[in-house]
Design a protein around this ligand. Structure first.
Ligand SMILES: [Zn+2]
Ligand SMILES: [Zn+2]
Length: 294
């Protein structure tokens, strides 16, 4: 059994905890021999952030080099709502995203991945306009302009008033941002499946990617969140399952990790962390994915 993604010529990792300091996340990734990782750069349940120390930043970067973690992405706080019609929340969210970019830049992380918000009743078009206006303001900040951190917009499962479950909404946003190369898209397979895009079969995947290419453009795709889905196709349920143990299943993931349009992209697991078959769930899911690679 192969247990090293680098040998398989793939970028693979999982979301890892920063408990005890951001550099500890790199140790956690290295314990599983990942070469890609995702972190929260702060406590995402709170608006206030603790400043990163110089020591923490140095250790994070040194360990990444030492352990060969080639790809790292920071997932933004779930409190952000860049599409909100409420001015106070919208302003806080803009500041929050700038802070996420600043921290990623300090850590030498190449991208922040963000959910694109919810219109909370103002309507999809109004939500998209708010989001685009927020991103345009963020673009003009020194923090953004003096960094090389890219912003990845993640698709959602839909449900409620969330933006980004339909690929056309992601396309509209990128279009309004003139398809700047500072943006890209992250597809979460669980979210996509729950939103009604078939990832469970090879034909389903091909149709899904054809639609993505038409609505957004495959060149914009920069990251895959590799999660199976507890809910059925189109269920709009954002509930992640272990790889192969949800409604997408083995056939779907074999197709995803080997697809010529996807296989070079970083794959990040956001699967549950409880024990699985008596082992760490990440170990089981990472092995499963590596064994699917052809
Ligand atoms: Zn995700
Ligand atoms: Zn999710």
């Amino acid at each position: 059994m192969v247990n090293n993604p680098t040998e398989l010529d793939m970028l693979l990792g999982a979301h890892v905890s920063i408990a005890g300091g951001v550099d500890n996340a790199v140790d956690r990734a290295a314990d599983f021999e990942m070469n890609a990782m995702q972190i929260f750069s702060h406590n995402v349940r709170s608006w206030s952030t603790r400043e990163l120390t110089g020591e923490e930043i140095d250790k994070f970067q040194e360990k990444r080099k030492e352990f060969g973690i080639e790809y790292a992405v920071a997932h933004t706080s779930y409190l952000l709502n860049l599409a909100s019609p409420k001015d106070d929340l919208w302003k806080k969210s803009k500041k929050g995203l700038v802070e996420e970019i600043r921290r990623a830049d300090l850590l030498g992380i190449q991208a922040v991945n963000t959910h694109i918000g919810a219109h909370t009743g103002s309507g999809m078009e109004s939500g998209i306009n708010r989001l685009v206006a927020a991103l345009k303001e963020i673009e003009s900040t020194d923090v953004f302009q003096n960094s090389e951190v890219n912003i990845l917009l993640e698709n959602t499962a839909g449900g409620g008033t969330k933006l980004g479950s339909d690929f056309s909404e992601l396309g509209d946003v990128l279009d309004a941002l003139n398809y700047s190369n500072r943006y890209g898209v992250c597809i979460d397979t669980c979210h996509g499946f729950a939103a009604g895009y078939d990832f469970a079969t090879e034909t389903g995947l091909e149709e899904t990617l054809e639609e993505f290419d038409h609505e957004v453009g495959l060149d914009e795709l920069k990251l895959i969140h590799l999660n199976d889905s507890v809910g059925d196709l189109g269920s709009r349920k954002d509930r992640h399952a272990h790889i192969g143990r949800g409604k997408i299943g083995d056939e779907g993931f074999v197709a995803v990790v080997n697809n010529p349009n996807l296989r070079e992209l970083p794959f990040i697991l956001e699967t549950p962390k409880e024990k699985l078959d008596g082992k760490e769930a990440d170990r089981v899911n990472l092995d499963k994915v590596m064994n699917m690679r052809e």
